[in-house]
Design a protein around this ligand. Sequence first.
Ligand code: PEP
Ligand code: MG
Length: 587
Amino acid sequence: MDVLEGIPVSPGVAIGRIAVLDYSRAKARRKPIAPGQVEHEIARFEKARIESIEELNRVFKTAQAHVGDDPAKIFLFHIGVLQDKRNLVQAVHDRIREQLIGADAAAAEVFQTWYDRFMSMKESSFTTKADDIRDLSDRVVGRLTGQRRQSVAQVAEGSLVIARDLTPSQTVALDRGKVLGFATDLGGRTSHTAIVAKALGIPAVVGCRWTTQTAAGAQSVIIDGDRGRVIFDPDQITLDDYARYEEQRRTFHLSLDELAGLEARTSDGVPIELLGNIEFPDEASDVVRAGGQGVGLYRTEFLYLTSDTEPTETDHFEAYRAALAGLEGRPLTIRTVDLGADKYTQERAETPERNPFLGNRSIRYCFKSPAMFRTQLRAILRVSALGPVKMMFPLITSLGEFRQARLYVREVMEDLAEEGVAYDAGLAIGMMVEVPSAAVMADVFAREADFFSIGTNDLVQYTLAVDRTNEQVAPMFDPAHPAVIRLIREVIKAGRRQSRPVSVCGESAADPEFALLLMGLGLRTLSVTSSAIPTLKRMIRAVSLTECERIAKKALVFDSPGQVSAFLRDRARKIVPEGLAGRSGGP
Ligand code: PEP
Ligand code: MG
C-alpha cells in the first residue's frame, strides 16, 4: 500500500481501478527502408489509419452522449482529416515510396506539415485546429510505434484517472458515468481543473507529485477528495475504514439536504445571500436544488473550452437562456469571458507567453478580440430582456479598463436599439476585484461600478505572488494572510460607503471558517460552488452576526496566516462541531 498526500480540491471518496493518462507526445524515428518494404509500410499506415477512424467514431458517439453535439464535432474534424485522400493518404504513401522511410516517420512528417500550415494562419480557430492535428498525429503515430496513449474518452467504466496534469478542457471531457475521480501530479487548489472537478461532482486530489510514477504496477486506488489522499493498493483494514466513512458521509449529507429549504439567516436575524458559481448552464438548477438564491458567478469561458470553434452569438444566448431558465426567476450574474492563463493550454495560446497569468488574459484578451467580445455582449444584453441578469468584467486593474469595457457595452446597446432588439437598459454592470490595484482603488471604482465581486483565487495569487496552479508553492496560497484580509476589508468598506453590493466568489468563500470572518468584515453575499451551499448555510444559521464581528476584530490583530487560520478553526468548531466533523473527519 502506498499513500500520497496532495491537495483536496473536490470532495468525496472514490475507490476503483486505475486509468493512467499519459499525454507525452508519440515519437517517430526516421528509419530508412529497402524498396521491397514499401508496400508493407503503406499497408501498416493504412491499418493504423482505418483503426484510428474506427476508434474516433466510438469517441465521437461517447462525446456526443456526454457533452453534446457541438463539442463532439471536434472528432468529426479528426475523422475528416484521416479520410482526406489527397492531402493525407496520398501524401503519406508518396513520402514512404519516394523517401524510402518507415510509415511512422512518413505519417509524423505529413501531420507536421498540416500543423505548420494551421499555425501560420493567425486566427485563433486555426491554431486550435493545429492542436487537433497534433492530437491526431499522436493517435496515428502512437498506433504505428506501439506507444498507445489512453485518452480521456477511452477510459473503462469505474476508473479513477491518474495523470501528470489535466487541462480544464480535458477535465470537462471526463465522462462522469465512467470516471469516478482523479488525481494529478501537478496543480493547485484554485486551478481551473480543480474548479471543473467540483462542477462535475467527482472527488479529486491535485498536486500529489508522484501519482503517475506510483500508479505504475498498482492495481487499485482510493482517491480521498476530503482529506487529499491517494492510496494505491489499499489493504483490507483501510478498505473497511473507508466503507464506514462512506456510510457516515451519506448520513451527514442527508441532514445537509434538509437545509435546502431553510433561510440563510444568522441567529440574530441578519440575512446572508448565498449564491452559486457555475461553469455550465445545467448547473443553475443544481444551485437552486442546493438552496442557492441565484448565480453570483457564471464562468462563461467554459463555452470556449468545450468547443473547437468560437461560440456564435446564438451559442452564447442559448447557454445564458438555459441558465436563466434553470434559476426560475432568480438572478444570474454573467462574467464576460475570462480566457487566458490556465484557461487555454500554453500550446493553445496563439502566442506562447512566458508568464501567462501576468499576460494577455481576461478582459485584456477581450479587448484584443473586439469582435469576440461584442458577440458575447450582444448575447448577454439580449438575454437580459428575459430575466434578472447582471454582467461583470474579470481582472479589472484600472479605471480606464473598466470604462473601456463599459463603452463596449454602450456601443452594443446602441446597435441593439437601432435594430429594435430588446435588452434591459438598466442592467447592473459590475467588476471582479481580483488584483491588488483594484482592491486598493476600490473607493474610486465604487463611483462607477454597480457592484463588486471579490475573486479571492486571483486576489491571493496576485497579492502573495503565488501561482494558484503550482503545487510547489501551494502551502503559501493562503487567503488567511493578513494582507489579503486587509484588502478584502477595504473593498467591503468602499462598497458599503457608496451602497454598492459586494460579494466574494473565490473558493475561500466556500470555507465556512473563512466565511465567518467575511461576514464579520461586513460581507452579506457569498457565491460558491453549489455543493458548498448547505454547509455554509448550517454555519450561518448557527452563528450571530455579533459573534462574527467579534471574530473579525480579533482575526485582524494577528500578523501571521497560521494564527488567523488556527483561530478561525477553533471558533468554527465551537459554533458547529458536527458540521466540521463531517468536513474534516474520516478514516
Ligand atoms: C477568482 O479569481 O477568485 C475567481 C472567482 O475567478 P476564476 O477562479 O475563474 O479566476
Ligand atoms: Mg479569477
